[in-house]
Design a binder for this molecule. Structure first.
Ligand code: COA
Length: 260
C-alpha cells in the first residue's frame, strides 16, 4: 500500500498504521483522512491481519487535531459536510471495524486526534502524551464524535469540563479517568502494543469481531445490546472456531483458530 501521509507496516498478524505528517504534528487533513480510510478498509479484509495499531510518527504527536489551515475558511455547509464525511469514512468506520484497533498515543492527541483515538477499540499512551478537545478555543465544537465518545469514556461531568475548558490532561490523568488503559514510557509504547496484540491474536478473530459488534450495540440509541449479544452468542455455535476452541480445551491442547 502506497500512501503520501501514512505508512502501513504488516508482520505476523499485526498491522501498524503510522500517521506521517510530523512537521504538522500529524494533523488530519482531508487527504490523510481518505488514506486512513483506504488503509483500514484494506486491512480489515486482509485475512492475515488480526490486530491494527494506530500511532503518530515522531516523538511529539499522535495527532494534533484536524488540519485547522484546511477548514479555517469553510462555510456552515462545508463545516457540516466535513464532520459528516469524516465521521462516516473514518471515525465511525474505525469504531465498527471487524478487526481490533489499538490507539498508541505517543504525544499530543488533540481535537480530531483524540477523537480518532477514542474511535479506536482501546487506547494506550506514553507518559509524554497530552490529550484534550480544544475546539471551543477555536470557536467550534468537536465534530468527529468527541461530544459523544468522550462522555462514554470519562463520564459526562469530566467530558463537560474538558470540552468547556479546552484544556489538556496528562497521560496519567487520562488513565485515572478511563480514557487510556495503560501508560508507559515512549520507548515501551510500541512493545506494549505488540504484547497486547499478541494476546489478542491468540484468540478467535471471528468471535472478537462479534464481540466488537455486541459491545458497540450497547452505545447505539434504540438498539438493545443484550438482544444483539444473544444473537451473536448463538451465531458463534456455528463457527469452526467454536468447535476448535471447545475441542482444544477438552483435549487439553492449545486451539488453532482459523477465524471462521
Ligand atoms: N492543524 C494544522 N496545523 C497544525 C495543527 C493543526 N491542528 N497542529 C499543529 N500544526 C502545525 C503548526 O501550525 C506548525 O506548523 P508550521 O511549522 O508550518 O507553523 C507545526 O504543526 C508545529 O506546531 P507548533 O504549534 O509550532 O508546535 P508547538 O510545540 O509550539 O505546539 C501544540 C504544539 C499541539 C500545542 C500546537 O501546535 C497546537 O495548539 N495545535 C493545535 C491543536 C488544536 O487546536 N487542535 C484541534 C483542532 S480542531
Amino acid at each position: 500500500m502506497d500512501f503520501e501521509n501514512i505508512i502501513v507496516e504488516q508482520e505476523n498478524g499485526l498491522a501498524k498504521i503510522i500517521i506521517n505528517r510530523p512537521k504538522k504534528l500529524n494533523a488530519l487533513n482531508k487527504a490523510t483522512i481518505q488514506e486512513l480510510h483506504s488503509a483500514f478498509d484494506a486491512l480489515e479484509t486482509d485475512e492475515k491481519v488480526k490486530v491494527i495499531v494506530l500511532i503518530g510518527s515522531g516523538e511529539k504527536a499522535f495527532v494534533a487535531g484536524a488540519d485547522i489551515a484546511e477548514f479555517a475558511h469553510f462555510s456552515e455547509k462545508e463545516g457540516a459536510s466535513l464532520a459528516k464525511k469524516g465521521q462516516e469514512i473514518l471515525f465511525d468506520f474505525v469504531e465498527n471495524l471487524a478487526t481490533p484497533v489499538i490507539a498508541a498515543i505517543n504525544g499530543f492527541a488533540l481535537g480530531g486526534g483524540l477523537e480518532l483515538a477514542m474511535a479506536c477499540h482501546f487506547r494506550i499512551a506514553s507518559d509524554n502524551a497530552k490529550m484534550g478537545l480544544p475546539e471551543v478555543s477555536l470557536g467550534v465544537i468537536p465534530g468527529y464524535g468527541g461530544t459523544q465518545r468522550l462522555p462514554q469514556l470519562v463520564g459526562k461531568g469530566k467530558a463537560m469540563e474538558m470540552i468547556m475548558t479546552a484544556g489538556m490532561i496528562t497521560a496519567e490523568e487520562a488513565k485515572q479517568f478511563g480514557l487510556v488503559n495503560y501508560v508507559v514510557t515512549l520507548e515501551e509504547l510500541m512493545p506494549l502494543a505488540e504484547k497486547l496484540a499478541g494476546k489478542i491474536i491468540r484468540n478467535s478473530s471471528i468471535a472478537i469481531s462479534a464481540a466488537i459488534v455486541a459491545i458497540n450495540a450497547g452505545f447505539v440509541d434504540g438498539v438493545n445490546g443484550y438482544k444483539i449479544e444473544i444473537n451473536a452468542f448463538g451465531n458463534s455455535f456455528s463457527t469452526a472456531d467454536f468447535k476448535e476452541g471447545t475441542t482444544a480445551f477438552l483435549e487439553k491442547r492449545k486451539p488453532k483458530f482459523l477465524g471462521s
